[in-house]
Design a protein around this ligand. Structure first.
Ligand code: SF4
Ligand code: SF4
Length: 390
């Protein structure tokens, strides 16, 4: 059992992560009862810092519950992204406690499916939709996104009555950067021959960030984990090897601990998942927001440069892939695409080409949804992919 100096084992700390995920809805209920406002978000382009700076609590409402999909399909097309269907199904059936507690929602025009669904969600909650420029380098894109930051700030002030002053914003940027720095320390374990965590475990650690009312206990918990991981890494040393476990990067559409079947099957099939560069992985913490200068400018730059497939062109995606392959010694890439997600689906051609022609690693594209129906077929394909790298 891996243990820090005198502290808890990694397993004990991870058990607390799972427990906090389970208890999150109780903390949000208490926060609401104490008069705090809750703002529901669906994407990393909306900075948590802005929501915190107006005294509200941000919460991710991206659905990961397959059971919510049939209700959504009564209104939405069946051939539609499961993430959107699940999010919408949870909202219209009022079965997601976090949606239930949300006072208002902030959407974004990242993909066509989401932006139209925000029109439907406006029947249920006040919704503000941020208009995202698709080419971050186009003339005026930065200014346009800066004015969207200003508009959403005004919307948020309307919800809480608190101004996001530069001082408040800077303090929030510093705090969120602290969380990012600790998460960056933890994922360094995946650079090692034998990491002290699995990426399935790391997915839960990162996911908890989306459901935090009080950040201090969360920060303390991940700092404890970072310390325990670093001690465990030092104890194992560099000489150990994982045997012949091919080092795999899982990329593509975001997943959650409930919808990570591709990553889980890869790990069960003998792959060592050492990188996950999606929004559910390192993409949301591998950079820091600039702590100097105007804080709203810094948040504008930081978010506009998120390399999401909704951007066109999205050269940052291959840059990120290239650096992850090199940092983590990746031997194979699995590109996961949610069914009917056109942006990630088409961009997979670029990902596969980069793997083949530049990075010289095999790439397996998997298009799937939230159901368990294709697990057997996926397992066969992923096992064959892992074997090919042995
Ligand atoms: S994948 Fe793109 S649209 Fe989805 S959460 Fe990430 S940045 Fe937002
Ligand atoms: S996975 Fe694709 S279709 Fe689904 S919400 Fe994200 S960008 Fe939109």
């Amino acid at each position: 059992m891996r243990r820090g100096h005198v502290g808890r084992t990694i397993g004990e700390i991870l058990a607390e992560v799972d427990q906090r995920l389970e208890w999150a809805q109780i903390r949000f209920k208490e926060a609401k009862e104490s008069g705090l406002k809750v703002i529901g978000l669906y994407c990393g382009y909306i900075p948590f810092e802005l929501v915190r700076a107006v005294g509200a609590i941000p919460v991710s409402l991206c659905g990961s519950d397959a059971d919510a999909i049939p209700s959504a399909e009564l209104e939405l097309p069946r051939n539609f992204c499961p993430l959107i269907k699940s999010s919408y199904g949870l909202a219209i059936t009022d079965t997601c406690p976090f949606f239930h507690f949300a006072d208002a929602l902030i959407g974004e025009t990242t993909c066509d499916g989401k932006k139209k669904v925000f029109e439907l969600l406006a029947r249920l909650r006040p919704v503000h939709v941020m208009q995202l420029p698709y080419d971050k380098n186009a003339p005026g894109a930065l200014d346009q996104w800066r004015s969207e930051m200003k508009r959403v700030s005004e919307f948020l002030v309307g919800v809480t009555g608190i101004e996001p002053t530069p001082e408040r914003l800077s303090a929030e940027i510093y705090y969120e950067n602290e969380l990012r720095r600790v998460l960056q320390r933890i994922v360094r374990t995946f650079e090692r021959p034998v990491p002290s965590l699995t990426w399935t475990q790391m997915l839960s650690v990162r996911s908890l960030t989306d459901f935090v009312v009080d950040r201090a206990p969360y920060l303390a918990l991940i700092e404890e984990l970072a310390e325990a991981v670093s001690v465990a890494d030092a104890a194992v040393g560099d000489a150990s090897t994982s045997g012949r476990m091919p080092r795999v990067l899982v990329t593509g559409s975001p997943m959650s601990p409930e919808t990570n079947k591709v990553m889980r099957i890869a790990e069960e099939s003998g792959a060592l998942v050492v990188a996950h560069d999606a929004c559910s992985g390192t993409k949301m913490f591998d950079r820091l927001v600039d702590e100097e200068g105007d804080p709203l400018d810094a948040l504008t730059r930081y978010t506009l440069y998120i390399p999401c497939a909704c951007m066109s062109p999205n050269d940052g995606r291959v840059d990120l892939l290239r650096s992850s392959v090199s940092t983590y010694g990746v031997e194979g890439v699995i590109d996961t695409v949610w069914q009917a997600c056109h942006t990630f689906n088409v961009e997979s051609v670029i990902v596969q080409r980069a793997c083949r022609e530049e990075l010289n690693v095999p790439c397996l594209k998997i298009e799937t949804d939230y159901s368990a129906a294709d697990e057997g077929q996926l397992r066969t394909r992923i096992e064959a992919f892992v074997e090919q790298m042995l």
